[in-house]
Design a protein around this ligand. Sequence first.
Ligand SMILES: NC(=O)c1ccc[n+]([C@@H]2O[C@H](COP(=O)([O-])OP(=O)(O)OC[C@H]3O[C@@H](n4cnc5c(N)ncnc54)[C@H](OP(=O)(O)O)[C@@H]3O)[C@@H](O)[C@H]2O)c1
Length: 340
Amino acid sequence: MGATGAVGQEFLKLFEARHFPIADLRLLASERSEGRTQAFRGSPVEVRKVVPSSFADVDVAFFSAGASRSREYAPIARESGSVVIDNSSAFRMDPLVPLVVPEINGHLVTKDQKLYANPNCSAIILLMAVAPLRSLGQIDRIIVSTYQSASGAGARAMSELEHQTRDVLEGKAAKPEVLPHIYAFNLFSHNTPVNEHGYNEEEWKVIQESRKILDMPSLRINVTCIRVPVLRAHSQSITVEFKAEAPSEDAVRDALCSFPGVKVIDDRRGNHFPMPIEATGKYDVLVGRIRRDVSHPSALSMFVAGDQLLKGAALNAVQIAEALPQFADKFVAEVSGAPM
Ligand SMILES: NC(=O)c1ccc[n+]([C@@H]2O[C@H](COP(=O)([O-])OP(=O)(O)OC[C@H]3O[C@@H](n4cnc5c(N)ncnc54)[C@H](OP(=O)(O)O)[C@@H]3O)[C@@H](O)[C@H]2O)c1
């Protein structure tokens, strides 16, 4: 559900690229997309409007159509016997719903669990860089500033950035329609409401969700989320403070290099570090600029970039599905080419 959106389109590419064992693919969206077709494995598949009967006989339902649709359809899909993997924020903080990044807390994927929440994209990218450091010492505090791309706000925001950029270059005025401010050649505080503490909704999600995923309910964490005029992939400047002295830069590099889903790009001589343009389309979260914080002996800093449509959304959800114990035999059969 949400098949025509920015995240939905990535699901289709991932199913093809990862040989996801699909016997019957059902593409669901709103009535706006009804009747459109999407090519999948060389054949057109029709997009249908989501209705309560859409989930009959569906083994796994991937949701990326916003929180209110997830709240409406998750109970219906579960009632129909589907395992639901939800990309929206609807169930993330529900104590009965696991919030999963497979490399970090994949043990929460079990046979009996029927609803999984995929974390906020910025939270996933942050924690892919921070979780490996837990083997080097006790983390006391995280400070992160994000540089978030247009694609994080969906397909319409991406085309708004393209249109505005073209308009400005042609000497016309840029008109904000999807996002609240002029986007081309500008940046602004994340476009979600600001709460009574002065944090916007995105920042608050990263705080709460990081505590839940790391299972550190009192983790000290401060977040600033900024929207930048980049088409795709989010970047972050991260400082991690340990309870004792910070580990050495080499130890940090080793821990990151051996963590699945992370790639270290840390070329000081060439001044080559993670960039959104190089993270785009990649499964790995890129981590670099690894350095001890000269202002504090317990702290170290990093810069990361990750494709938030992939690891921050669709890829993470597909990885959860691939880990479902009840379908493990189907993955083996498909990958080995044996009849299912
Ligand atoms: N973009 C990201 O990086 C990212 C990362 C993590 C999580 N998410 C979450 O994933 C979800 C989708 O994000 P997106 O960026 O893919 O948004 P998007 O590009 O705006 O796509 C939204 C999708 O939802 C569908 N939809 C909207 N209203 C619907 C309705 N009433 N009934 C059925 N389908 C409906 C749309 O169908 P139509 O084409 O028919 O309108 C479209 O397929 C959101 O919950 C978002 O928070 C996004």
